[in-house]
Every structure is written in structure tokens, then in C-alpha cells.
Design a protein around this ligand. Structure first.
Ligand code: SF4
Length: 299
């Protein structure tokens, strides 16, 4: 798999999601363009061939097109923008972003209705904006890979969200189990569902995508809660990634995620997936324990 760099461009955002992992980091503001240029050059030197611009919200920067252009000049093969997609509501903005160098569009959609999505983003009009953004980008023929965070208020609607994404003809969709940091940690009781309750809905959403010929996956879902869908665990497909722009360089995010972010349990030693499974986010088990994660003894 090809190596990529995730560049955090800063922390400002025009949404205010109830589950945002950045939480109080928002006060740190956005980074200087020149510093991001340096990061891009360094990432080239370490052999990255893909770049993911992420935030905060990168599209509210007035210099987004400069960043894309610079990444294009450095010959990154894939240039992805992870975004809440609100500014991509405007067709001209989409055209300019693709012209500047964006090769992959990665919007976030957390509900199948304005009420649900906007309850979670706390931003009126954001549902219509992301839906229109997907329609706009479709016309520009670059891949659309979406992310939906699995939360207490939306998990029962994951199949409906999948249906919406299929009707919008996105290329790939992912359901990412909420990571209880930042606002999601503050709002834990209202935001973090039990994985055993959410899993059947996630499986149904994945199946709808599979039947429609879409590439689908679920993140931060250990194999023991993905029975029948073991091949759709995102961690199997996430490329080697370095992270720049958080204040501390992370040369191998897979290792950091495994060693510092996730947790395994004593019963995992009896599980056939022990060697490849990362386990759930550790904040999940700090609150809910480990009973839902039962070792798989045979396939
Ligand atoms: S029992 Fe442990 S090793 Fe096995 S799938 Fe579950 S979390 Fe992973």
C-alpha cells in the first residue's frame, strides 16, 4: 500500500459537532500556509505519495486552493480533502478545488435527514449543503469517499444513511465508530452507543452498500463484533500514514493508534484474530468494559 501524509491544517471549523474529537483544540486556531508547505515538502522526502488535508475544516481557509496547488506541484498522486463539505455547496468552489489539485473528495455525512445531521453538527443548513456538495462533485468525476461517525443518536438510522449514500452514487462509504475524545468525551452518555446494539445496524448498512456494488468499511469495530463482515474492517485497508501538524510528528499512525489509541483484553489471547485485531478505542472500554468483546475461537 502506498504511504500517505495526513496534514492537519488547523482547528477552526464552521460546524460545531456534538462529537468533535478536537473539542477545546478549536481555540488553537489555524496554521500558517508556509508551515503547511514545509510539511508537504518533508512528506515528499519521507516517501509519501498521497496527501490528506484535514482539520478542523480546511475548506474555510482562504488559501485552500494554494495548498492544493502546492501539493499538485509536488506531484502527490492522490490529494484528498476531508471536509464537512459545506463550502462545496457552491459549484464554482468545487470546480476551483478540482482545478487546483483535489483528486479525492471525502465529505462527512452523519444523518439521512436535515434534523438528524444538523442536530449532530449544530449547524443549520449543513445537511442540504453536504448533499448538494456530493452532487456537485459527482459532475466533476473525481472519487467521493464518505465518512459517517456512528453515534447514539444515529446508529439506528445507519441503513437509511447507507441508502442515501447509494442514491447519491458515492464511490465508497465508511462507518467510523465514535472515538470518545473532545466533545464526544464530554457528551459520552449522549453520544457513545453500546457496540453490541449498534453492530447489527452497521452490518445492514454495509450489506446495502455491498449489494449496490460500493466499496464499504467500518472503522474501530473489532472482528468479534463484525461477524460475517470481517473483510470490511477499515484497518485492513488504511494505508501507512504519517501525521503532521498536530504539534508532534507522528511517523507511523498505525502504530500510534494501536499502542496509544486502542485497547486489547485478556480474553483476546484466545481469539483467532488476536494478531491482526487492534481492539476498540480505549475510552470505550474505560466506560463500558470489555464484556461485549468475546473471543472468536474458529471461523
Ligand atoms: S476478542 Fe479481542 S482480539 Fe478478538 S476480535 Fe475481539 S477485541 Fe479483537
Amino acid at each position: 500500500m502506498s504511504k500517505r501524509v495526513d496534514i492537519k491544517t488547523g482547528f477552526l471549523c464552521n460546524n460545531n459537532c456534538l462529537f468533535c474529537v478536537q473539542g477545546a483544540n478549536k481555540n488553537k486556531g489555524n496554521r500558517q500556509k508556509e508551515d503547511i508547505f514545509i510539511d508537504l515538502k518533508k512528506a515528499k522526502e519521507t516517501g509519501c505519495i498521497g496527501v490528506v488535508f484535514t482539520g478542523g475544516e480546511v475548506s474555510i481557509r482562504n488559501d485552500l486552493f494554494d495548498l492544493l496547488n502546492y501539493a499538485k506541484k509536488l506531484n502527490f498522486v492522490t490529494i484528498q480533502v476531508q471536509t464537512n463539505a459545506r463550502r462545496f455547496y457552491y459549484k464554482e468552489f468545487c470546480e476551483k478545488a478540482v482545478e487546483a489539485g483535489m483528486t479525492e473528495f471525502a465529505p462527512a455525512l452523519h444523518g439521512h435527514t436535515p434534523e438528524l445531521h444538523e442536530y449532530l453538527t449544530r449547524s443549520k443548513g449543513s445537511f442540504n449543503q453536504v448533499v448538494q456538495a456530493i452532487k456537485n462533485i459527482k459532475l466533476l468525476n473525481i472519487p467521493i469517499v464518505t465518512n459517517t461517525v456512528v453515534l447514539k443518536p444515529n446508529f439506528r438510522f445507519i441503513p437509511q444513511i447507507a441508502k442515501l449514500l447509494i442514491s447519491l452514487d458515492v464511490d465508497q462509504f465508511q462507518f467510523a465508530y465514535v472515538h470518545a475524545m473532545g466533545n464526544a468525551h464530554e457528551n459520552f452518555d449522549n453520544m457513545v452507543p453500546r457496540v453490541s446494539l449498534a453492530a447489527p445496524y452497521i452490518h445492514k448498512g454495509l450489506q446495502l452498500g455491498i449489494d449496490a456494488g460500493k466499496k464499504v468499511m467500518a472503522e474501530a469495530m473489532p472482528y468479534c463484533v463484525m461477524k460475517g463482515y470481517e473483510n470490511y474492517v477499515s484497518e485492513l485497508y488504511i494505508p501507512e500514514t504519517e501525521i503532521r501538524g498536530t504539534g508532534k510528528y507522528t511517523p507511523n499512525f498505525t502504530l500510534t493508534r494501536k499502542n496509544e489509541g486502542k485497547i486489547k483484553f485478556s480474553q483476546c489471547k484466545e481469539c483467532i484474530y488476536d494478531s491482526i485485531c487492534e481492539g476498540p478505542w480505549k475510552e470505550y472500554s474505560e466506560k463500558y468494559g470489555s464484556d461485549e468483546f468475546r473471543p472468536i475461537k474458529s471461523k
